[in-house]
Design a protein around this ligand. Structure first.
Ligand SMILES: [Zn+2]
Length: 264
């Protein structure tokens, strides 16, 4: 007797995510993290994944119910940050606590937090491959399934405006960004916007990989064929719903094992 095989039509939309499958158990982290510890881990992991240009850039985290933001200080590289280095600033960027100083470049972040209730975490840096696309004024291509997680969410700000070091410049940038969650800044770098640190870290690290795929495919000059849009939506849901939390747990386990001082 031949088993019946279920064949999906490529033109049939797939729901994806938890609606399709939900794990009965997942490996956890094995410890409780403070907010500062979680953020320090995110910085170090993104540096490890090639997202950080030495000490450039920020991650800000405006936790629900607060106006203040956790942020990295000026002068430390992302790869060397520990929990006790994380500073707290108010909604205008004035230092509230922390043993270091912060730069006015945080205005990329303050105005996004102000106008976007969904922007709880804002990541900015100049990852190499994403910056190559930024120099060309190009967006990462949705040609590999990992890129599905960015489908419909990427925007290009195609004018280079120099350092965003005043609230006015930050407001102007936030207006240009609108509702996008991934923003390529011409000749500069990228902004990633998310609701949680877990998702922000996952989206940021994966973006640099997707940008590298795009650049490598451009180098060999193949004709790039986009993915079937009927399948992209379901894959996006699967990657974001099922991927972010387990990605986060895995990176925490690895980083704390290799660099336990990140928690101090
Ligand atoms: Zn920058």
């Amino acid at each position: 007797m031949v088993a019946e095989t279920k064949v999906h039509s490529p033109d049939a939309p797939r729901e994806g995510g938890y609606a399709t499958w939900s794990p009965s158990i997942t490996p956890g982290i094995g410890l409780d993290l403070t907010n500062a510890q979680a953020l320090a881990i995110s910085f170090r992991w993104l540096a490890r994944e090639g997202f950080a240009e030495n000490l450039a850039g920020h991650i800000t985290w405006q936790r629900p119910g607060t106006n203040s933001m956790l942020i990295n200080p000026w002068g430390l590289w992302w790869r060397e940050l520990t929990a006790s280095d994380i500073c707290e600033v108010d909604e205008d960027g004035r230092l509230l606590s922390g043993r270091w100083d912060v730069t006015p470049a945080f205005h990329i972040h303050t105005e996004l937090h102000r106008v976007r209730p969904d922007a709880r975490v804002v990541v900015h840096n100049h990852p190499y491959y994403t910056s190559l696309l930024a120099c060309m004024g190009e967006l990462p291509r949705i040609v590999h399934q990992t890129a599905s997680m960015y489908s419909g969410d990427i925007a290009l700000v195609d004018e280079y405006t120099g350092e965003v070091d005043t609230a006015d410049l930050g407001r102007d940038l936030a207006e240009r960004i609108g509702p996008a969650n991934i923003v390529i800044l011409k000749s500069h770098g990228v902004i990633v916007i998310a609701d949680t640190v877990e998702r922000a870290t996952y989206l940021s690290a994966s973006l640099e990989r997707v940008a590298r795929t795009t650049i490598d495919l451009m180098k060999i000059r193949v004709e790039l064929e986009g993915l079937n849009p009927h399948l992209v939506a379901g894959m996006k849901t699967s990657l974001l719903e099922r991927g972010a939390d387990v990605y986060w747990s895995g990176l925490v386990r690895q980083l704390v094992r290799d660099e336990p001082e990140v928690l101090t």
